[in-house]
Design a protein around this ligand. Structure first.
Ligand SMILES: *Cc1c(COP(=O)(O)O)cnc(C)c1O
Length: 399
């Protein structure tokens, strides 16, 4: 297919739900991508935080190859080895006794967490769920209701009842919203889509205390922050505060679609056969791929590496802020989750970067978001950032 044929097919046969850049990618390896014209790009936002080990990592690809030749899919009314192994590995990584439910995406993990929380609350007469303003939890109806941004909800009402949103990082707002009917609080420790907003340590500690005091479940949505992204297996380990329920997805499969709901054992056991299910979830193929991700992160010591390189990047971004104090408002980071907040819209910066062969993201209008692969070679990372510095220099000197 020629480039124009691809564009035409999208226009005529694919629903118009995304605005896309006019590039057709045909190949990816590590932190590089190639388009249909053979142009090479450095990818500092691989797969929207999905490709934690970059594109086509051999640790994942070899597992897929192995499993594809043996057993790809199996319904969940039978047992298979890969799901058993993955669940055991995940549970071993957690500092509390837990059980997992495997699904296929972030939104589906959030739905599972909501159902589990409501099922737990049912016997206690608790149904209300509190989420945060400016959050992002996905596009299905339940996850959309939790997503505290009207821009995503507009036109899709009525949403799911008994959900309330309160100000992020504001313990008083939460305290006022929690009542005897509340079963759960859902929180992103770092609001990714919302602009890389970081929950403060005091806040997260206070949320945990409040939830314990009021017998309310605490859900951490780690779909974006989990699996090494924030310099720990799970971002909550940066806070020393544990959730009751956690959602995972994006990085968990290193590129294949997988999500998981993880919950403390006594909560997880509220689910009985028939209460929740998914046809594709936890197939041999995706579980094998995910096992490759976990193994590679452990084997290569990537968590420590992320923490070290994160500091180096922050130093660089802070030096940019010093250089352009009237252009850069703030620099925020947690591991390999970076937000550079500009004082003006950043869409143009992303487009100029693409022209210079660099992929980054812009969220919430003014926040440049960078989420490199955990294993990106240091040289590639800083070559990419050098391109970005050039783009910023150009953009900032014209206006
Ligand atoms: C991306 C994201 C989701 C939704 O995941 P999908 O796989 O797109 O459904 C949910 N929560 C958070 C925190 C996310 O970043």
């Amino acid at each position: 297919m020629k480039k124009q044929d691809v564009f035409d097919a999208y226009v005529s046969c694919i629903m118009n739900t995304y605005s896309r850049f006019p590039i057709v990618f045909t190949k990816g390896k590590g932190s590089f991508l190639w388009d249909i014209d053979g142009k090479k790009y450095i990818d500092l936002f691989p797969g929207w935080a999905v490709s934690v080990l970059g594109h086509c990592p051999s640790s994942v690809i070899n597992g897929i190859r192995y499993q594809a030749a043996r057993l790809v899919h199996l319904p969940n009314n039978f047992y298979h080895i890969q799901q058993a192994k993955l669940a055991k590995e995940l549970c071993l990584l957690l500092p509390f006794e837990a059980k997992a439910f495997f699904c296929n995406s972030g939104a589906e993990a959030v739905e599972g967490a909501l159902k589990l929380a409501r099922a737990w609350g049912a016997s206690r007469g608790k149904k209300k769920i509190i989420a945060m303003k400016n959050s992002f939890h996905g596009r299905t109806m339940g996850a959309l209701t939790l997503t505290g941004q009207s821009v995503y909800q507009q036109g899709f009402d009525p949403l799911v009842p008994a959900v309330e949103t309160v100000e992020f990082n504001d313990i008083n707002a939460l305290e006022q919203a929690i009542d005897e009917k509340t079963c759960a609080v859902a929180l992103e420790l770092v609001q990714g889509e919302g602009g890389v907003n970081i929950a403060s340590e005091e806040y997260v500690g206070a949320v945990r205390e409040l939830c314990d005091k009021k017998d309310v479940l605490l859900i951490f949505d780690e779909v974006q922050t989990g699996i090494g992204r924030c310099g720990q297996w799970f971002c909550f380990q940066n806070y020393d505060v544990c959730p009751d329920i956690m959602t995972l997805a994006k990085g968990l499969g290193g590129g294949v679609p997988i999500g998981a709901v993880v919950a403390r054992k006594h909560i997880a056991d509220v689910f009985r056969p028939g209460m929740h299910a998914t046809t594709f979830g936890g197939s041999p193929l995706v579980c094998k791929a995910s096992l490759g991700v976990l193994k590679e992160i452990r084997k290569k010591g990537l968590l420590k590496r992320v923490r070290r390189l994160s500091d180096k990047c922050v130093d660089l971004f802070k030096s940019w802020q010093k250089r352009w104090p009237d252009k850069i408002k703030d620099v925020r980071a947690m591991g390999f989750m970076f937000g550079i907040e500009l004082k003006a819209e950043c869409k143009g910066i992303v487009e100029s970067s693409l022209r210079k062969g660099l992929l980054i993201n812009c969220t919430h209008g003014k926040v440049l978001r960078i989420m490199p692969a955990l294993n990106i070679p240091e040289k590639v990372l800083f070559s990419g950032l050098e391109i970005l510095e050039g783009v910023l220099d150009e953009a900032f000197s014209v206006d």
